[in-house]
Design a protein around this ligand. Structure first.
Ligand code: G4P
Length: 328
Protein backbone atom coordinates (compact mmCIF):
# COMPACT_ATOMS: atom_id res chain seq x y z
CA UNK A 1 0.00 0.00 0.00
CA UNK A 2 1.32 3.48 -0.87
CA UNK A 3 2.59 5.60 2.03
CA UNK A 4 0.88 8.96 2.56
CA UNK A 5 1.94 11.65 5.02
CA UNK A 6 1.31 15.37 5.16
CA UNK A 7 1.28 16.86 8.66
CA UNK A 8 -0.70 20.05 9.12
CA UNK A 9 2.26 22.34 9.68
CA UNK A 10 3.41 21.64 6.10
CA UNK A 11 0.60 23.92 4.93
CA UNK A 12 2.14 26.89 6.73
CA UNK A 13 5.55 26.09 5.25
CA UNK A 14 4.02 25.96 1.78
CA UNK A 15 2.34 29.31 2.38
CA UNK A 16 5.56 30.88 3.66
CA UNK A 17 7.48 29.68 0.61
CA UNK A 18 4.82 31.00 -1.76
CA UNK A 19 4.88 34.41 -0.03
CA UNK A 20 8.65 34.77 -0.24
CA UNK A 21 9.07 33.45 -3.78
CA UNK A 22 8.35 36.61 -5.82
CA UNK A 23 11.57 38.21 -4.59
CA UNK A 24 13.73 35.09 -4.87
CA UNK A 25 16.34 34.81 -7.63
CA UNK A 26 17.40 31.18 -7.21
CA UNK A 27 15.77 28.22 -5.46
CA UNK A 28 18.13 25.64 -3.99
CA UNK A 29 16.50 22.28 -3.52
CA UNK A 30 18.41 19.94 -1.28
CA UNK A 31 17.87 16.36 -2.47
CA UNK A 32 18.94 13.10 -0.89
CA UNK A 33 21.57 11.72 -3.29
CA UNK A 34 20.41 8.16 -2.50
CA UNK A 35 16.90 8.98 -3.77
CA UNK A 36 17.13 12.12 -5.90
CA UNK A 37 13.78 11.54 -7.61
CA UNK A 38 11.78 10.50 -4.55
CA UNK A 39 13.19 13.33 -2.41
CA UNK A 40 12.32 16.00 -5.00
CA UNK A 41 9.22 17.85 -3.91
CA UNK A 42 6.61 18.13 -6.72
CA UNK A 43 4.81 20.81 -4.74
CA UNK A 44 7.98 22.90 -4.77
CA UNK A 45 8.42 22.25 -8.51
CA UNK A 46 4.90 23.59 -9.03
CA UNK A 47 5.45 26.63 -6.80
CA UNK A 48 8.83 27.54 -8.30
CA UNK A 49 8.21 26.76 -11.98
CA UNK A 50 10.35 29.03 -14.15
CA UNK A 51 12.73 30.11 -11.35
CA UNK A 52 16.43 29.36 -11.76
CA UNK A 53 17.12 26.23 -9.72
CA UNK A 54 20.14 24.69 -8.07
CA UNK A 55 19.67 21.01 -7.22
CA UNK A 56 22.04 19.95 -4.47
CA UNK A 57 22.47 16.19 -4.15
CA UNK A 58 23.28 16.02 -0.47
CA UNK A 59 24.64 13.05 1.51
CA UNK A 60 26.60 12.08 -1.59
CA UNK A 61 28.99 10.22 0.72
CA UNK A 62 26.21 7.62 1.16
CA UNK A 63 25.21 7.43 -2.53
CA UNK A 64 26.55 5.45 -5.48
CA UNK A 65 28.90 7.91 -7.25
CA UNK A 66 28.10 6.56 -10.75
CA UNK A 67 24.35 7.14 -10.26
CA UNK A 68 24.95 10.54 -8.64
CA UNK A 69 26.75 11.49 -11.86
CA UNK A 70 23.67 10.43 -13.88
CA UNK A 71 21.39 12.61 -11.75
CA UNK A 72 23.73 15.61 -11.92
CA UNK A 73 23.82 15.32 -15.71
CA UNK A 74 20.03 14.93 -15.77
CA UNK A 75 19.50 18.18 -13.88
CA UNK A 76 22.25 20.09 -15.64
CA UNK A 77 20.57 19.32 -18.97
CA UNK A 78 17.44 21.19 -17.86
CA UNK A 79 17.05 24.88 -18.74
CA UNK A 80 17.82 27.32 -15.93
CA UNK A 81 19.04 24.52 -13.71
CA UNK A 82 22.39 23.57 -12.25
CA UNK A 83 23.29 20.73 -9.92
CA UNK A 84 26.08 19.77 -7.58
CA UNK A 85 26.88 16.97 -5.18
CA UNK A 86 27.58 17.71 -1.53
CA UNK A 87 28.05 16.07 1.85
CA UNK A 88 28.70 17.08 5.42
CA UNK A 89 32.41 16.28 5.14
CA UNK A 90 32.91 19.37 2.96
CA UNK A 91 34.25 21.89 5.45
CA UNK A 92 33.48 25.06 3.49
CA UNK A 93 30.55 24.49 1.10
CA UNK A 94 29.60 28.17 0.88
CA UNK A 95 32.01 29.01 -1.93
CA UNK A 96 30.63 26.38 -4.29
CA UNK A 97 27.01 27.13 -3.42
CA UNK A 98 27.44 30.87 -3.85
CA UNK A 99 29.29 30.50 -7.16
CA UNK A 100 26.64 28.15 -8.56
CA UNK A 101 23.82 30.52 -7.54
CA UNK A 102 25.57 33.60 -8.91
CA UNK A 103 25.96 31.83 -12.26
CA UNK A 104 22.20 31.20 -12.28
CA UNK A 105 21.37 34.88 -11.56
CA UNK A 106 23.87 36.83 -13.65
CA UNK A 107 21.79 40.02 -13.49
CA UNK A 108 22.06 40.17 -9.70
CA UNK A 109 24.93 41.01 -7.36
CA UNK A 110 26.35 44.00 -5.53
CA UNK A 111 24.81 45.85 -2.56
CA UNK A 112 21.94 47.34 -4.62
CA UNK A 113 20.83 44.04 -6.13
CA UNK A 114 21.92 41.28 -3.75
CA UNK A 115 21.40 37.70 -4.85
CA UNK A 116 18.38 36.31 -2.96
CA UNK A 117 18.30 32.56 -2.64
CA UNK A 118 15.82 30.24 -0.98
CA UNK A 119 16.86 26.83 0.29
CA UNK A 120 14.26 24.06 0.55
CA UNK A 121 14.27 20.33 1.14
CA UNK A 122 12.34 17.46 2.66
CA UNK A 123 12.79 16.74 6.39
CA UNK A 124 16.02 14.94 7.31
CA UNK A 125 17.76 15.69 4.01
CA UNK A 126 20.58 17.43 5.93
CA UNK A 127 19.50 21.05 5.66
CA UNK A 128 20.22 21.99 9.30
CA UNK A 129 23.64 20.38 9.05
CA UNK A 130 24.41 22.36 5.91
CA UNK A 131 23.06 25.62 7.37
CA UNK A 132 25.14 25.10 10.52
CA UNK A 133 28.18 24.53 8.39
CA UNK A 134 27.40 27.70 6.43
CA UNK A 135 26.84 29.62 9.67
CA UNK A 136 30.17 28.36 10.96
CA UNK A 137 31.86 30.28 8.19
CA UNK A 138 31.70 33.97 7.47
CA UNK A 139 27.92 34.14 7.47
CA UNK A 140 25.68 35.84 9.99
CA UNK A 141 22.17 34.78 10.93
CA UNK A 142 19.87 37.79 10.76
CA UNK A 143 16.92 36.25 12.56
CA UNK A 144 13.30 35.55 11.76
CA UNK A 145 11.44 37.74 9.34
CA UNK A 146 8.61 39.38 11.27
CA UNK A 147 5.38 39.73 9.39
CA UNK A 148 6.13 37.17 6.70
CA UNK A 149 6.50 34.04 8.78
CA UNK A 150 8.02 32.78 11.97
CA UNK A 151 9.32 29.71 10.18
CA UNK A 152 11.85 31.45 7.96
CA UNK A 153 15.46 32.29 8.71
CA UNK A 154 17.56 34.82 6.80
CA UNK A 155 21.29 34.24 6.51
CA UNK A 156 23.84 36.62 5.03
CA UNK A 157 26.39 34.45 3.23
CA UNK A 158 28.22 37.39 1.65
CA UNK A 159 27.61 41.13 1.72
CA UNK A 160 25.45 40.78 -1.41
CA UNK A 161 24.15 37.25 -0.97
CA UNK A 162 21.12 36.42 1.19
CA UNK A 163 19.94 32.88 1.89
CA UNK A 164 16.37 32.30 3.09
CA UNK A 165 16.04 29.03 4.94
CA UNK A 166 12.69 27.19 5.03
CA UNK A 167 11.58 24.23 7.18
CA UNK A 168 11.47 20.77 5.65
CA UNK A 169 8.38 20.31 3.51
CA UNK A 170 6.63 17.24 2.10
CA UNK A 171 3.71 17.11 -0.33
CA UNK A 172 0.12 16.01 0.20
CA UNK A 173 -0.24 13.16 -2.28
CA UNK A 174 2.33 10.51 -3.11
CA UNK A 175 1.76 9.38 -6.71
CA UNK A 176 4.83 7.16 -6.87
CA UNK A 177 4.54 4.21 -4.45
CA UNK A 178 8.27 3.44 -4.79
CA UNK A 179 8.96 7.03 -3.76
CA UNK A 180 7.01 6.59 -0.52
CA UNK A 181 9.08 3.56 0.41
CA UNK A 182 12.34 5.27 -0.46
CA UNK A 183 11.43 8.32 1.61
CA UNK A 184 10.53 6.08 4.54
CA UNK A 185 13.76 4.08 4.19
CA UNK A 186 15.83 7.26 4.22
CA UNK A 187 14.07 8.73 7.28
CA UNK A 188 12.32 11.47 5.32
CA UNK A 189 8.87 10.69 6.73
CA UNK A 190 7.78 10.03 10.30
CA UNK A 191 7.82 6.48 11.68
CA UNK A 192 4.11 6.43 12.43
CA UNK A 193 3.34 6.73 8.70
CA UNK A 194 4.78 3.37 7.66
CA UNK A 195 5.34 -0.23 8.60
CA UNK A 196 9.01 -1.17 9.10
CA UNK A 197 8.58 -4.63 7.58
CA UNK A 198 6.94 -3.24 4.41
CA UNK A 199 9.68 -0.65 4.03
CA UNK A 200 12.50 -3.13 4.68
CA UNK A 201 11.06 -5.53 2.08
CA UNK A 202 10.70 -2.75 -0.49
CA UNK A 203 14.26 -1.66 0.29
CA UNK A 204 15.68 -5.16 -0.17
CA UNK A 205 13.73 -5.58 -3.41
CA UNK A 206 15.35 -2.37 -4.73
CA UNK A 207 18.84 -2.93 -3.43
CA UNK A 208 19.27 -6.57 -4.26
CA UNK A 209 19.49 -6.41 -8.09
CA UNK A 210 22.24 -3.79 -8.06
CA UNK A 211 24.08 -4.49 -4.83
CA UNK A 212 23.56 -8.21 -4.07
CA UNK A 213 27.27 -8.62 -3.30
CA UNK A 214 27.07 -6.00 -0.51
CA UNK A 215 24.16 -7.78 1.18
CA UNK A 216 25.86 -11.14 0.77
CA UNK A 217 29.09 -9.87 2.32
CA UNK A 218 27.46 -7.99 5.19
CA UNK A 219 25.07 -10.73 6.27
CA UNK A 220 27.12 -13.73 5.09
CA UNK A 221 24.39 -14.93 2.74
CA UNK A 222 25.62 -17.55 0.28
CA UNK A 223 22.90 -17.25 -2.38
CA UNK A 224 21.27 -13.81 -2.50
CA UNK A 225 19.94 -14.45 -6.02
CA UNK A 226 18.05 -17.59 -4.98
CA UNK A 227 16.68 -16.14 -1.72
CA UNK A 228 13.32 -14.40 -1.46
CA UNK A 229 13.12 -10.96 0.16
CA UNK A 230 11.60 -12.71 3.16
CA UNK A 231 14.58 -15.09 3.34
CA UNK A 232 16.92 -12.11 3.12
CA UNK A 233 15.19 -10.30 5.95
CA UNK A 234 15.32 -13.48 8.07
CA UNK A 235 19.04 -13.80 7.34
CA UNK A 236 19.56 -10.19 8.42
CA UNK A 237 17.67 -10.87 11.67
CA UNK A 238 19.71 -13.99 12.40
CA UNK A 239 23.00 -12.35 11.56
CA UNK A 240 22.31 -9.25 13.64
CA UNK A 241 21.01 -11.13 16.71
CA UNK A 242 17.34 -10.33 16.15
CA UNK A 243 16.10 -13.66 17.51
CA UNK A 244 13.16 -14.61 19.71
CA UNK A 245 13.24 -17.42 22.24
CA UNK A 246 13.30 -20.74 20.42
CA UNK A 247 15.51 -19.27 17.70
CA UNK A 248 12.72 -17.76 15.63
CA UNK A 249 13.62 -14.51 13.86
CA UNK A 250 12.05 -11.35 15.20
CA UNK A 251 11.00 -9.92 11.83
CA UNK A 252 10.19 -6.50 13.29
CA UNK A 253 13.73 -6.24 14.72
CA UNK A 254 15.17 -7.56 11.45
CA UNK A 255 13.29 -4.89 9.51
CA UNK A 256 14.51 -2.14 11.85
CA UNK A 257 18.08 -3.40 11.50
CA UNK A 258 17.89 -3.51 7.71
CA UNK A 259 16.59 0.07 7.60
CA UNK A 260 19.20 1.21 10.12
CA UNK A 261 22.02 -0.43 8.16
CA UNK A 262 20.87 1.23 4.95
CA UNK A 263 20.61 4.65 6.60
CA UNK A 264 23.99 4.42 8.29
CA UNK A 265 25.79 3.40 5.10
CA UNK A 266 26.65 -0.07 6.43
CA UNK A 267 25.72 -1.48 3.00
CA UNK A 268 28.17 0.85 1.33
CA UNK A 269 27.30 3.66 -1.06
CA UNK A 270 23.87 2.87 -2.45
CA UNK A 271 21.40 4.76 -4.63
CA UNK A 272 17.84 3.50 -4.91
CA UNK A 273 16.87 5.04 -8.24
CA UNK A 274 18.26 6.26 -11.56
CA UNK A 275 16.63 9.11 -13.54
CA UNK A 276 15.20 6.57 -16.02
CA UNK A 277 13.77 4.32 -13.32
CA UNK A 278 12.14 7.22 -11.53
CA UNK A 279 10.69 8.53 -14.80
CA UNK A 280 9.06 5.14 -15.40
CA UNK A 281 7.58 4.96 -11.90
CA UNK A 282 6.29 8.50 -12.22
CA UNK A 283 4.63 7.75 -15.57
CA UNK A 284 3.00 4.65 -14.07
CA UNK A 285 1.90 6.61 -10.98
CA UNK A 286 0.39 9.36 -13.11
CA UNK A 287 -1.43 6.83 -15.31
CA UNK A 288 -2.83 5.04 -12.23
CA UNK A 289 -3.91 8.37 -10.77
CA UNK A 290 -5.62 9.37 -14.01
CA UNK A 291 -7.51 6.05 -14.02
CA UNK A 292 -8.53 6.54 -10.39
CA UNK A 293 -9.81 10.03 -11.10
CA UNK A 294 -11.72 8.87 -14.19
CA UNK A 295 -13.36 6.09 -12.16
CA UNK A 296 -14.34 8.53 -9.45
CA UNK A 297 -15.81 10.89 -12.03
CA UNK A 298 -17.84 8.03 -13.56
CA UNK A 299 -19.14 7.00 -10.14
CA UNK A 300 -20.17 10.57 -9.44
CA UNK A 301 -22.00 10.78 -12.78
CA UNK A 302 -23.75 7.46 -12.06
CA UNK A 303 -24.84 8.73 -8.63
CA UNK A 304 -26.28 11.83 -10.29
CA UNK A 305 -28.12 9.63 -12.82
CA UNK A 306 -26.01 10.76 -15.82
CA UNK A 307 -24.83 8.29 -18.51
CA UNK A 308 -21.13 7.21 -18.27
CA UNK A 309 -18.64 9.29 -20.27
CA UNK A 310 -16.54 7.58 -22.99
CA UNK A 311 -12.95 6.98 -21.69
CA UNK A 312 -10.23 8.87 -23.56
CA UNK A 313 -7.55 6.66 -25.14
CA UNK A 314 -4.22 6.32 -23.40
CA UNK A 315 -5.06 6.62 -19.70
CA UNK A 316 -2.39 8.98 -18.33
CA UNK A 317 -3.30 12.63 -18.12
CA UNK A 318 -0.36 14.72 -19.30
CA UNK A 319 2.80 15.17 -17.26
CA UNK A 320 4.75 12.72 -19.43
CA UNK A 321 7.52 10.78 -17.74
CA UNK A 322 9.79 13.64 -16.74
CA UNK A 323 11.10 12.86 -13.23
CA UNK A 324 10.73 16.55 -12.32
CA UNK A 325 7.26 17.10 -13.70
CA UNK A 326 5.62 16.47 -10.36
CA UNK A 327 5.01 13.31 -8.39
CA UNK A 328 2.34 14.76 -6.18
P1 G4P B 1 17.23 18.37 8.24
O1 G4P B 1 17.60 19.65 8.87
O2 G4P B 1 17.13 18.47 6.75
O3 G4P B 1 16.01 17.75 8.83
O4 G4P B 1 18.41 17.31 8.47
P2 G4P B 1 19.63 17.34 9.48
O5 G4P B 1 20.62 18.36 9.12
O6 G4P B 1 19.11 17.33 10.87
O7 G4P B 1 20.28 15.93 9.15
C1 G4P B 1 19.58 14.72 9.31
C2 G4P B 1 20.56 13.60 9.54
O8 G4P B 1 21.41 13.46 8.39
C3 G4P B 1 21.52 13.85 10.72
O9 G4P B 1 21.83 12.58 11.28
C4 G4P B 1 22.78 14.39 10.03
O10 G4P B 1 23.94 14.17 10.79
C5 G4P B 1 22.78 13.55 8.78
N1 G4P B 1 23.50 14.21 7.67
C6 G4P B 1 23.37 15.48 7.25
N2 G4P B 1 24.15 15.72 6.17
C7 G4P B 1 24.80 14.56 5.92
C8 G4P B 1 25.74 14.16 4.92
O11 G4P B 1 26.13 14.89 4.02
N3 G4P B 1 26.17 12.86 4.99
C9 G4P B 1 25.74 11.98 5.94
N4 G4P B 1 26.21 10.74 5.92
N5 G4P B 1 24.84 12.33 6.89
C10 G4P B 1 24.38 13.60 6.88
P3 G4P B 1 21.15 12.08 12.59
O12 G4P B 1 21.65 10.71 12.80
O13 G4P B 1 19.68 12.28 12.50
O14 G4P B 1 21.67 13.08 13.65
P4 G4P B 1 23.15 13.15 14.26
O15 G4P B 1 23.27 11.90 15.06
O16 G4P B 1 24.12 13.22 13.16
O17 G4P B 1 23.09 14.38 15.09
Amino acid sequence: MAIQWFPGHMHSTRKAIAERLPEIDVVIELLDARLPGSSANPLLAELTAGKPALKVLNKQDLADPAITALWLAHHQARPGTNALGLDASEAAPAQRLIAACRALAPGRGGMVKPVRVMICGIPNVGKSTLINSLLGQRSAKTGDEPGITKVEQRILLASDFVLFDTPGMLWPRQLVPEGGYHLAASGGIGRNAYDDADVAMALLERVRPRYADRLAARYKIADTAGASDDDLLSAIGRQRGGLLSGGRVNMQKAAEMAIHDFRSGAWGRITLETPDEFAQWLAAGQAADARRQAEQAQKLRARRGKPPQRQADGGASGGGSDPDSGAG
